[in-house]
Design a protein around this ligand. Structure first.
Ligand SMILES: Cc1ncc(COP(=O)(O)O)c(C=O)c1O
Length: 379
């Protein structure tokens, strides 16, 4: 169906930070399938795990036990605790939208009847299912699909007073925020904002749900974006990087919140299956062995520094290896198209900004190569 514009190029193979088109031409990938292939393309450890699992056991219904999902859940719980297990629980699914859908249903179950309103921010992106679309604070995306499920209220981003006003009333159950608005243009929250949200949620008995679908698992220089802000959410959703390209999402919740779900409240056929969780287990092993948060910090600093000295770049925003360069008097869509012609994949996250989300294993040479292309294109 025509939900995407005609693609400018068709890829058939990838390796590390490189993608190859049908004619064999190489491209340097600084988008990673929208922050998905955090370990680069065709990572051998992940490929081996997928192949081996495919020969062992692909799928079993969640009506039966499997061994890998609980192992991955325990690792995620430890990473949410920045190395210390928190004792939370995980629901596995297949995408970011589904991870958020799970969080929204959990919030309703936890808060009880009548407290179904979730407050989220303008400029946010939480998915394309009807409920996550309504949670997404971009009204122009809502219009063609009205009526959307009720129970969503939007407030100005990073504005404590606006949230304070909107998150009142007996009908509110939760606040849902990204630590960096990714699709909204790579706009980071501040520690003050996230800490104020945490206090407000505690005072009013609201769940604080953090959407780490784009930011999670090392990309920002910490395991999760909220860890920059020294807060602990009640619910954390993730997806993109978890399978390095194998579809898998996860909704983590602290134990008491997760306990609101009873058998039958939520379910999925594919979520948590052995194939996807075997991929995630391998991804998390490599991520921990490589200390990807540290790599994202170092590589992100190099990329940021190189972007900041390009004359047409007005500002660089973001954290770690999720960065956007705001451009002076240059159309970002045109710049991204020219970069693609020159063999570099970047994304015009807004009409005025280019987004950079390379592999977390990107080398210094690859960063310098990308910077040279960006410099030339913008010049
Ligand atoms: C923050 C955030 N949440 C949710 C989603 C939706 O994820 P998916 O496309 O896997 O459903 C995205 C996708 O870009 C995202 O960036």
């Amino acid at each position: 169906m025509s939900t995407y514009p005609e693609p400018a190029v068709t890829f058939v193979r990838g390796e590390g930070s490189r993608l190859y088109d049908e004619s064999g031409r190489a491209y340097l990938d600084f988008l990673s399938g929208l922050a998905v292939t955090s370990l680069g393309h065709a990572h051998p450890t992940v490929a081996d795990a997928v192949c081996q699992q495919a020969r062992t056991l692909l799928h079993v219904s969640n009506l039966y036990g499997t061994t890998i999902g609980p192992e991955v859940a325990a690792t995620l719980d430890r990473l949410v605790g920045d190395g210390e297990p928190v004792g939370g629980r995980v629901f596995f699914c297949n995408s970011g939208a589904e991870a958020n859908e799970c969080a929204l249903k959990l919030a309703r179950r936890w808060a009880g009847p009548g407290r179904h309103v979730v407050v989220s921010a303008y400029g946010s992106f939480h998915g394309r299912t009807l409920a996550t679309l309504h949670a997404t604070g971009q009204p122009e995306k809502h219009e063609p699909f009205q009526p959307l499920p009720e129970g969503f209220r939007h407030v100005a981003w990073s504005d404590v007073a606006a949230l304070d006003q909107a998150a009142t009333g007996d009908d509110v159950g939760a606040v849902l925020l990204e630590p960096i608005q990714g699709e909204g243009g790579v706009n980071p929250a501040t520690a003050e904002y996230f800490q104020a949200v945490r206090r407000l949620c505690d005072e009013r008995g609201l769940l604080f749900i953090v959407d780490e679908v784009q930011t999670g698992l090392g990309r920002t220089g910490r395991w999760f974006g909220f860890q920059h802000f020294d807060v602990r959410p009640d619910v954390v959703t993730m997806a993109k990087a978890l399978g390095n390209g194998v579809p898998i999402g996860a909704c983590w919740a602290r134990d008491e919140v997760a306990g609101a779900f009873r058998p039958g409240d939520h379910a999925t056929t594919f979520g948590g299956q052995p194939l996807a969780t075997a991929a995630a287990r391998a991804v998390l092993e490599v991520m921990q062995a490589e200390d990807v948060p540290a790599r994202a910090r170092a590589a992100g600093a190099r990329l940021r520094k190189g972007l900041e000295v390009i004359p047409a770049v007005a500002e660089v925003r973001g954290l770690g290896l999720l960065l956007a360069a705001r451009l002076d008097d240059v159309d970002a869509r045109q710049a991204a198209a020219r970069a693609l012609d020159a063999g570099l994949i970047v994304n015009p996250v807004s009409p005025t900004a280019l987004r950079f989300a390379p592999s977390l294993l990107v080398t210094d040479d690859e960063i310098d190569e990308a910077l040279a292309v960006v410099g030339e294109v913008l010049a």
